[in-house]
Design a protein around this ligand. Structure first.
Ligand SMILES: *[C@@H]1O[C@H](CO)[C@@H](O)[C@H](O)[C@H]1NC(C)=O
Ligand SMILES: *[C@@H]1O[C@H](CO)[C@@H](O)[C@H](O)[C@H]1NC(C)=O
Ligand SMILES: *[C@@H]1O[C@H](CO)[C@@H](O)[C@H](O)[C@H]1NC(C)=O
Length: 477
């Protein structure tokens, strides 16, 4: 028989476990104690523990120091500071906001547990790092107005930062008439290349970011915006073939260079039409709200962008789900680059693909993947703004590109994808502007039983794209 004392003990263990692992029902947090700062010192805004739980807490205080708890008999002692301009005599115990640029104003700490290094976000002195013995920290990158938060990715070593504003400093926030703005940024400092990248801008205030323990995302608070965003990392997406990650990672399906401006237009199945400059990076969305954007081509003469949206009802990930049935809700669209208006030129298309503008700008060829046909949509001349059937293809046509010979085109055609046959036969067909098939090239050996999406002629060679391979194929003579 268990004694009442033993029962109480078991019950308290059970309660502790519930507090750690599950509900907060039993967690009253009704006991309080405190670690006092040295006399006259205030503002322990953040705390971090070292590699051992007994190692700390470390805390940042208003007078610019990072202090370390040394147990109740000693209390807090100096551990580190962020600027050589700091003197103990001038700074210790200060609460004068205008001394921040001299004394330092560390706001956040993050231990890299593998190396034992402590990363520090200082409002004025930026990102710094200090070793286990403390002292003057080494600045890794400065030039911030109001750095508020830091967290280190233990897997990659990268450091994530939040800078609350491009315009105001921490001391401005307590000045009369202060108005915050939306110029905060979420940043990544690459520890190897020493490059700083802006991951998000326009944040309404700062705070401290945190990396999830599996390193897949970062939570990003906006103090004044009163919200928290989830930022998915490269690690979550790079190399993925999971169709359900498309709405998070993006699923670009087609590219078209505007050669006069050097801009690259991107059709993303989920994120619509985007554009990016020669230095790359995060593309700018021009227009979203599509279900399954499959193709893009830019008219070099007018700058207009032609698009195909494969469906109003299904997404790219649905096409590989069991029992999938395509419908005829695809559309051929024009995005006017000046007015930013989207016009529907054709609707009721049976599937998508990549449209192509003729080199003289007089017409666009519009494929229908499931409809197994290509239409010619006239942009100029007596038939302007009307479409006619150009040809029926032997299989499912995806993207069409301009061949190097004038008035000729290459089409990626896969027979047997829809309706489904036991074997898919991938090929490239070269056609002229009257829809006459001039040549058929089989890719069946290298792309056995796989669909192909693109055949692009460049320098007499054919570059072949597919959703299902780990390479771009190059066919030459
Ligand atoms: C911030 O405060 C400093 C010191 O008072 C002042 O010089 C500066 O103009 C202020 N900046 C803004 C944006 O209010
Ligand atoms: C497409 O797939 C998503 C994710 O599995 C699902 O939620 C959605 O209902 C599917 N839509 C159609 C039209 O099948
Ligand atoms: C082609 O691939 C499909 C699955 O995508 C498979 O069911 C079929 O057996 C394959 N055909 C041949 C000839 O390997």
């Amino acid at each position: 028989m268990a004694t009442p004392k033993l029962l109480t003990m078991l019950l308290s263990i059970l309660v502790a476990c519930l507090c750690v692992f599950d509900t907060v029902v039993f967690c009253q947090y009704d006991k309080f104690s405190k670690y006092d700062l040295p006399t006259g010192v205030t503002g322990p805004e953040s705390a971090a523990f070292g590699v051992l739980p007994s190692n700390g807490p470390y805390t940042t205080v208003t007078d610019g120091r990072i202090l370390k708890w040394q147990g109740s008999s000693i209390g807090f002692v100096d551990f580190a500071y962020t600027t050589p301009t700091r003197s103990k005599q001038f700074c210790d115990g200060t609460t004068d906001p205008d001394k921040g640029p001299i004394c330092g104003r560390p706001l956040a700490l993050s231990f890299q547990r593998l190396t034992g290094l402590l990363y520090i976000a200082d409002a004025y002195f930026g990102l710094l790092v200090v070793g286990p013995t403390g002292g003057l920290a080494t600045q890794l990158i400065g030039g911030f107005k109001f750095l508020t938060g830091v967290d280190v990715n233990l897997i990659t070593g990268d450091v994530y930062l939040i800078d609350a504003s491009l315009t105001y400093e921490i001391r401005n926030t307590t000045q009369p008439g202060f108005q915050p703005d939306s110029t905060g940024r979420f940043l990544r400092y690459n520890i190897v290349t020493k490059q700083l990248s802006v991951l998000l801008s326009g944040l309404f205030g700062g705070g401290g970011p945190v990396i999830s323990s599996d390193g897949r995302f970062v939570l990003v608070p906006e103090f004044n915006g009163m919200r928290i965003s989830k930022y998915w990392s490269k690690q979550f997406c790079d190399g993925t073939t999971d169709p359900d990650k498309g709405p998070i990672c993006g699923r670009p399906l087609a590219l078209s260079f505007q050669r006069l401006t050097g801009l690259l237009y991107i059709a993303d199945a989920y994120f619509g039409l985007l554009v990016v400059g020669p230095t790359g990076g995060l593309a700018t969305q021009l227009i979203g709200g599509f279900k399954f954007l499959t193709g893009v081509d830019v008219n070099l003469i007018t700058g207009d962008v032609y698009l195909i949206d494969a469906s109003l009802t299904y997404e790219i990930r649905n096409t590989t789900q069991p029992g999938f049935q395509p419908d005829s809700t695809g559309r051929f669209l024009r995005y006017n680059i000046v007015t930013k208006q989207l016009s529907v030129l054709l609707s009721g298309l049976f599937g998508g693909g990549g449209p192509v503008i003729s080199s003289d700008g007089r017409f666009v060829l519009v494929p229908e993947f499931n409809g197994m046909r290509i239409s010619k949509y006239w942009l100029a001349g007596p038939k302007a703004n009307t479409a006619e059937l150009l040809l029926n293809t032997a299989g499912n046509p995806n993207k069409i590109t301009r061949a190097e010979r004038l008035r000729e085109f290459w089409v990626a055609v896969s027979t047997g994808f829809y309706p489904r046959a036991p074997l898919i036969v991938p090929q490239g067909i070269r056609i002229n502007s009257d829809g006459i098939v001039l040549q058929t090239v089989s890719f069946a050996t290298e792309y056995f039983n796989k669909t192909v999406s693109l055949v692009q002629e460049q320098g007499g060679k054919l570059y072949v794209g597919s959703r299902l391979t780990s390479f771009i194929g190059i066919y030459s003579n």
